[in-house]
Structures are given as C-alpha cells and as structure tokens.
Design a binder for this molecule. Sequence first.
Ligand code: UDP
Ligand code: MG
Length: 138
Amino acid sequence: MSQTLTIIKPDAVGNGTAGRIIAQLESAGFTLRAARLMTMTPAQARSFYDVHRERPFYESLVAFMTSGPCIPMALEAPDAVRRLRQVIGATDPAEADPGTVRALYAESKERNAIHGSDSDENARREIGFFFPECDRVG
Ligand code: UDP
Ligand code: MG
C-alpha cells in the first residue's frame, strides 16, 4: 500500500460536486486516511505551489486556491500516486480522458477540480503539509 495527497479544489467544493468526486475516488479503490475542510491562506497556497512560483499562472492559481474552502485528503491504495493521476486526468480538462474527474467536473485548466501528487516524494511532503501531526496518516 502507498499513499498520495489529493485536494478537492474550491471550484468543486463551491459547485457541490465534492461528494461525487470523493465517491468516484472510493469507487476507484482509494481509502481515505485523512481529510479536512479548510480555506487556504495566501501563504499556504504560495508555499504548497512553490515549485510553480516562476510560472505565469502562479498568482492566478494562488488567488483561485484561496477563493473558498477546499478538501485536502490523504488517500491509500496500491501504487497510489500513479493511479490517482490516472483517475484525475490531464491538467487541462479538454485533454483529459473521458470519465476522469477533470473531464467530468473541471471548468478550465486552472479551475480543474482536483489536485494529485506527482511523485512518492512529493506525496510525503504534501501529506505532511496538510497533516503535520503524523508522518504517516491512517
Ligand atoms: N495551472 C494553470 N495553468 C496552467 C497550468 C496549471 O492554472 O497552464 C494550475 C492548475 O490548477 C494545475 C496547477 O496549476 O492543477 C498545478 O499545475 P501542474 O502543472 O502541477 O498540474 P497538475 O499536476 O495539477 O495536473
Ligand atoms: Mg502538479
């Protein structure tokens, strides 16, 4: 078993699709190991997306991610990082495979409903970012 970090982003929480997205993740075989509902501060969003700080979309992304509540969750499954990336689909919903979370629920390349860690190392860092009370949740 391995773990990954997802965030149901503010667009999906705001338009009432968070529950359906969580159900889809559970149906895909993920077990919830930690979850919270929170509105990120600008400092938190800047830090979480620090890898993108030089990108042209960074300021807009920080504004979006702090615009309302989101739901970070630690998920567990075999090969969790790779499988979550398959279930969420491509960053741009126009390029996401049919049936993926982003194809179903994302509004745009920025407002794309869900985050998924991109490596085991980043999953550990991101789980620790939102759930610092334990080095392995669950
Ligand atoms: N993003 C954006 N414009 C872009 C690329 C990314 O607004 O051209 C946003 C989008 O919300 C994305 C996040 O920045 O989910 C992080 O980008 P990344 O390339 O890591 O995509 P992801 O790993 O989320 O698919
Ligand atoms: Mg990414």
